[in-house]
Write a protein that binds this ligand. Structure first.
Ligand SMILES: Nc1ncnc2c1ncn2[C@@H]1O[C@H](COP(=O)(O)OP(=O)(O)OP(=O)(O)O)[C@@H](O)[C@H]1O
Ligand SMILES: [Mg+2]
Length: 304
């Protein structure tokens, strides 16, 4: 297997036996973690989460049903499941953008009752501002947070270096490729220094090569910064490539069907036989759920 150059560049002392990954780098002074995981408290806990949406005909649609899940500090957790099983809804709940119908979301044992700077949601539609330069886009979140100007500058430089975009700091987003724009969004999110990154299919719209590169970069940044990542994807191989654990959701209502510990050594690659094999096992279970969703969708249409 070709070694990942990004990993080789990490100092030896960052390698931790826990989950085969690295501890936060001490040299990354701008990245204070609120909890380092030494106290055994989960970073995120979902306790009996259920959520119903009101539909147009006034009935209730149960999107999530009794989700119980704990995410460890510094863990890279991937969530897969058929379309409509509530993956985005779950990230919104953790982000505090909407309340659960029942149950609780806890971050560092504190109940989430709204958005907070300790969590950030990154999704496919990046929400970058086309009238601002790359650097100003990265600064934006910090400005909203009230970070002083000098500190904003310093952190912008640091995070743009982290995503390898320093020389594009004065460019506008339309002058960048899709992958570069995604990296700007990542830098902007990281610059607000959240403990938890909630990523909703962030790479789904990218071509295969760009996605490969971003996998490497995200894995490196995660390893260097010790952030906790909850990553939603439709791509099971991507989940196995990146995750310490993959959680598979059932078709509506979303429930946890299975959990898979991915203890394959890092760095991994999408093409690794071991990655393909693990992904195959998960895909077998996912297919059952996809079939249920197709039956529901097309079964109804056949009756009509
Ligand atoms: N604002 C809303 N009002 C009513 N129903 C909603 C709303 N948002 C989502 N839903 C429904 O809740 C269910 C879960 O939606 P959600 O977007 O969380 O699924 P998902 O797993 O992210 O799907 P996908 O993989 O297609 O992104 C779907 O059936 C969807 O139609
Ligand atoms: Mg979604």
């Amino acid at each position: 297997m070709t070694p990942n150059p990004a990993f080789q560049s990490l100092p030896e002392e960052l390698h931790s036996p826990i989950l085969g990954r690295k501890k936060p780098a001490t040299r990354v002074a701008v990245l204070p973690l609120r909890q380092n995981g030494a106290n055994g408290i989960p970073k995120v806990s979902l306790k009996g989460i259920s959520l119903s949406y009101k539909t147009n005909d006034g009935s209730q649609l149960l999107a999530l049903d009794d989700i119980n899940l704990q995410v460890n500090p510094g863990e890279f957790l991937c969530i897969v499941g058929p379309s409509g099983c509530g993956k985005s809804t779950l990230l919104h709940l953790i982000a505090g953008l909407q309340p659960a119908t029942s149950g609780k979301v806890l971050v560092d044992s504190k109940t989430v009752d709204g958005p907070g700077t300790d969590r950030i949601l990154i999704f496919q539609e990046l929400g970058l501002f086309p009238w601002l330069t790359v650097a100003k886009n990265v600064e934006f979140g910090m400005k909203m947070k009230g970070v002083a100007k000098a500190e904003r500058r310093e952190k912008t430089e640091y995070y743009l270096r982290l995503v390898h975009l320093s020389q594009f700091k004065d460019s506008y987003t339309h002058q960048l490729s899709g992958g570069m724009r995604q990296r700007v969004a990542l830098a902007r999110a990281l610059a607000t220094e959240p403990d938890v990154l909630l990523m909703d299919e962030p790479f789904a719209a990218l071509d295969a090569q760009t996605r490969d590169l971003l996998h490497d970069e995200l894995e490196r940044i995660w390893a260097e910064t010790g952030r906790t990542i909850i990553f939603v994807t439709h791509n099971v191989r991507e989940a196995v490539r990146l995750g310490d654990r993959v959680v598979l959701f059932t078709f509506r209502p979303g429930r946890i069907k299975s959990e898979f510990l991915i203890d394959l050594p890092r760095p991994r690659h999408l093409e690794d036989v071991t990655v393909a094999k693990r992904a195959g096992e998960i895909l077998d279970e996912l297919r059952e759920e996809i079939n249920k969703s197709l039956e529901e969708q097309y079964g109804h249409e056949a009756v009509r």
